[in-house]
Design a protein around this ligand. Structure first.
Ligand code: UN1
Length: 510
């Protein structure tokens, strides 16, 4: 591990404020990043204070004047090189994600792959910032729309995807011509610093001026509040809890800024009697237990037909028993620790609430002890029996807790239960019945931003737009046309005639 950290430049006391090509002598508090695996300190970061924040944002504003004039495909070429640099560091960076966040190696590397995919996607997109042309109602006039860079984008990311979510935003913002000001989670500052160092080398080699790709690590008062209140930052993209998102939305709306929000998920899967049950079990175990149940896209609710309830829950329990829990750096381990002890307590509380509301724990949910288990928050993933009207199933508990909810008869009933929660990120149906699948995917089906058939709720590809409805916040990031949120649209009309006709046929002669 020591060599990996050295190769990534994670040594000594690190600065938590950088402008891409240089690091500030930050003056904020000292932050220790500890590993959830064993509680040991990995490295220390000197956070940004209010003054450092100001220095960084000034640089970002200055850099915008330059960056927006670099042709988009040239910006894409720099993003291509960042993708290449990330490829070279994939193993090391993946290991650091595991060390700092606790997800298993395969998932740590998967997260770095998500960044690489984003870079590749953004390179192509840099040549496809298309606008429509329209036919003017006036003779000898031309109308079209074009997309211009927006300005510095504030990116607030959470601990659970400490680097991939930055890449969804940053790679697109860069090709769009926007500088980025990144505030990573204070729980995972080192992965963020490592990425910035890798990208910073590429920026330097290309003589990109400072301020294009920035980072400010710091607390809410010194950094977070300043960022969301800052009129120089036209767009804030934030990932995290519904409470945090509501505050960000209200604050940014107060200054008429734009937001992209990716907030809570409480994702459900409908399993009908026509499902391929083997596929369903595999998808559910990955979706509910993967990343120790700490993805926004984690599967938390299974709406299961009563005729298959008994058999299916028994098979699921058998699947859960196979999951090896332990040090996520070790091969064969499928579930590492939760991010901290508080998360384990929240899980315990949710189980108590479930019981008080009439639900049952069918499997797991214990806090493990002995050996490495004493050094972090290790739990067994938990399967519960619940009903759709219980309040607890409407909450997002960020832990490996899965509610099995029976439905009696029809797919309509299952869809009603599925949609009866305030969140709307990801969803799925397992069925081989075309009618059921099509109904679920139709406008009377799932009300989520992501709806799948015969694959689970998590592990979305970057090529699609990612995000959800209702309390999930409505934002979309990464693929499809999500790039449009990072640019400003301009409608242009050009008169090449010798007349001055007015729209709507208005006559206003002088
Ligand atoms: C998140 O948990 O915020 O679809 C992001 C997935 C990942 C991203 C999750 N590609 O599970």
């Amino acid at each position: 591990m020591k060599e990996i950290l050295e190769r990534l430049g994670i040594t000594g006391e690190l600065s938590g404020a950088g402008t891409g090509t240089s690091w500030l002598d930050a003056r904020g508090d000292l932050l220790e990043s500890t590993s959830p695996i064993d509680g040991k300190t990995i490295a220390k970061v000197r956070c940004a204070d209010a003054g450092d924040y100001e220095t960084v944002v000034k640089k970002a504003v200055e850099a915008f004047d330059h960056w927006r004039m670099v042709p988009a495909p040239k910006r894409g070429e720099i993003v291509r090189q960042i993708g290449e640099a990330l490829r070279e560091h994939k193993k090391d960076l993946g290991a650091l994600v595991t060390l700092e966040n606790g997800k298993i190696r395969a998932e740590g590397e998967g997260e770095v792959q998500e960044m690489i995919d984003m870079a590749d996607f953004a390179v192509g997109q840099s040549r496809m910032l298309y606008g429509f042309t329209m036919h003017s109602e006036r003779p000898e006039h031309r109308m079209y729309e074009q997309w211009h860079p927006l300005g510095p984008v504030g990116v607030i990311t959470a601990f659970n995807f400490p680097v991939a979510v930055w890449a969804w935003n940053a790679m697109i913002a860069l090709i769009a011509g926007d500088p980025v000001v990144w505030k990573p989670s204070s729980t995972t500052p080192l992965t963020a610093i490592a990425c910035m160092k890798i990208a910073g080398e590429v920026l330097k080699e290309n003589d990109v001026p400072e301020g294009v790709l920035n980072i400010v690590i710091g607390d809410r008062q010194q950094v977070g509040e300043r960022l969301i209140n800052d009129p120089r930052i036209p767009l804030i993209s934030a990932t995290g809890s519904v409470n945090m998102g509501r505050h960000v939305a209200q604050t940014v709306a107060g200054r008429l800024g734009k937001t992209i929000l990716e907030l809570g998920g409480n994702n459900g899967i409908i399993v009908t009697p026509d499902a391929d049950l083997d596929l369903a079990v595999r998808a559910i175990v990955f979706g509910a237990v993967g990343t120790a149940g700490q993805r926004c896209t984690t599967t938390r609710r299974i709406i299961l037909h009563k005729n298959i309830f008994q058999d299916f829950s028994e098979t699921l329990v058998k699947g859960y028993q196979q999951v090896k829990i332990g040090d996520p750096l070790e091969e064969g381990v499928l579930m590492g620790p939760l991010i901290n002890r508080e998360a384990a307590e929240t899980m315990q509380k949710a189980m108590e609430t479930l019981k008080s509301q009439g639900g049952k724990v069918l499997y797991g949910g214990e806090v493990l002890s002995g050996g490495i288990y004493d050094k972090g928050a290790y739990v067994t993933p938990c399967i519960c029996e619940a009903s759709a009207d219980m309040e607890i199933v409407k909450e997002e508990t960020f832990a490996p807790i899965l509610y099995l909810i029976p439905y009696e008869k029809t797919i309509e009933e299952a869809i009603e239960y599925h949609n009866a929660v305030p969140q709307g990120l990801s969803s799925a149906i397992f069925s081989q019945n075309l009618r059921e699948v099509e109904m679920f995917l139709s406008h009377r089906g799932s009300d989520c931003g992501i709806a799948n058939a015969n694959i689970g709720t998590s592990g979305a590809e970057i090529g699609g737009a990612f995000g959800g409805e209702k309390e999930t916040g409505g934002g979309r990031e990464s693929g499809s046309d999500a790039w449009k949120a990072y640019m400003r649209r301009q409608t242009c009309t050009i008169n090449w005639s010798k007349e001055m006709p007015l729209a709507q046929g208005i006559v206003f002669d002088i």
